[in-house]
Design a protein around this ligand. Structure first.
Ligand SMILES: Cc1cc2nc3c(=O)[nH]c(=O)nc-3n(C[C@H](O)[C@H](O)[C@H](O)COP(=O)(O)OP(=O)(O)OC[C@H]3O[C@@H](n4cnc5c(N)ncnc54)[C@H](O)[C@@H]3O)c2cc1C
Length: 354
């Protein structure tokens, strides 16, 4: 079971190496998913000497198994944000995500990265009449701080009983492993280092900053970024009570029929996320979702079967080429944690995701 992104890019790095000595850098980044690699890219471009320590291979975990939509539309989210955190906060959140889309586009052009990046409109749709009000309220919430959204009655995918959807224009999709391979090359060209199969198990403060230990070596760095999705330092942040893990499933499907434009996710449970993706000279349908909390008893056949039925109902000749599943960390307040890990720990920044 391997994601379409892993099928298209076998290895992110041409030459893989493990940390087996001492190494000195300005910034040590722990975790080589999209958060860690993007951080190393930006800091390297700013002239800092960076090193990434990854316990596995780059972009092999959650990032390598995502649906890879780049969007500021995170389900029906802005009504929740405006009501709980205020309009200004919701606007900042929206603008930061809109800016991220533009930044990725700019990086791709500047670094000449071929990664199937494409602007697409993003939709949250519903197939139940009672959810329409929530979708219309969401449109109002986005418009209230100047965001771009509209209510539409119809969407392109052949799904039954569509009652309406909220559309965010000009969002984007890409192949994350092609993109991150491009970024990793730039990091190395800028003098950065990347070590795989190098699990960090201890971070110690010393007079010049930090010592970050793996099994066979250590890094000395003034700053540390923990980009391990789930923070590897749990105290005093107590993240284990502020986050939970979800498993999601995805399939990539081939059909002879013409696929739709746009990216889609439903408003209700179980979650269904749809997009298309380039795969060699083919265009495949990706159906993802059906999430549940990690640990819930589940029959894998049914978990994938649910997504396969959706694909079959849309395209009767659909043939599943790839299946995969993975875990992601979800915060209790639904907002990513990105902050200094604790105030006494100057220079140590933690992120659970982008
Ligand atoms: C099915 C699915 C679909 C999704 N779809 C989307 C989407 O369409 N758009 C979107 O924006 N987001 C999406 N997400 C969420 C998004 O994929 C993740 O939030 C993001 O990839 C997390 O990236 P990351 O770099 O923070 O974590 P990861 O990709 O998990 O990277 C963390 C890395 O840290 C390493 N690590 C852990 N511990 C150590 C250690 N002790 N030492 C060294 N290394 C360590 C891990 O091996 C891993 O490689 C989706 C998630 C899932 C599960």
């Amino acid at each position: 079971m391997e994601s379409i992104w892993k099928k298209t890019v076998k290895n992110i790095l041409e030459e893989q190496k493990q940390l087996k000595k001492e190494y000195k850098a300005d910034v040590c980044i722990i975790g080589g998913g999209i958060t860690g690699i993007s951080s190393a890219y930006y800091l390297g471009r700013a002239g800092l000497k960076t090193v990434i320590l990854e316990r596995d291979k780059l972009a092999n975990r959650t990032t390598g198994n995502t649906t890879a939509k780049i969007t500021s539309q995170h389900g029906l989210f802005y009504k929740y944000l405006t009501e709980n955190y205020g309009k200004d906060f919701a606007k900042k959140y929206y603008n930061a995500n809109q800016e991220a889309i533009k930044n990725i586009d700019q990086i791709i052009k500047q670094e000449n990265i071929e990664c199937d990046f494409k602007y697409q409109d993003a939709y949250v749709f519903t197939q139940t009449a009672k959810e329409v009000k929530n979708i219309k309220d969401e449109v109002q919430a986005v418009k209230s701080f100047g965001g771009e959204a509209e209510f539409v009655e119809k969407i392109e995918p052949k799904l039954e009983n569509i009652q309406g959807a909220i559309k965010f224009p000009n969002q984007a999709e890409f192949n994350p492993r092609k993109y991150l391979k491009g970024l990793a090359n730039v990091i190395l060209e800028n003098g950065g280092e990347i070590y795989e199969d190098s699990r960090v198990h201890v971070i110690k403060k010393d007079v010049n900053g930090y010592r970050i230990y793996t099994d066979e070596g250590y890094v000395m760095a003034k700053y540390v970024i923990i980009a391990t999705n789930y923070p590897i330092i749990n105290v005093p942040g107590f993240y284990f009570i502020k986050m939970y893990q979800e498993t999601s499933y995805a399939i990539a499907v081939e059909t002879t029929e013409k696929l739709f434009e746009g990216m889609y996710i439903n408003a209700e449970e179980p979650r269904v996320s749809l997009r298309t993706a380039k795969y060699g000279d083919k265009e495949l349908l990706i159906v993802a979702g059906n999430d549940h909390r990690v640990g819930a008893k589940i029959d894998l056949k049914n978990a994938y079967g649910y997504l396969e039925n959706i694909a079959k109902n849309m395209y009767s000749d659909s043939k599943v080429l790839y299946k995969w599943n993975t875990q992601d960390s979800i915060t209790l307040d639904k907002i990513p944690y990105i902050r200094r890990i604790f105030k006494f720990n100057e220079g140590c920044i933690c992120s659970n995701r982008i």
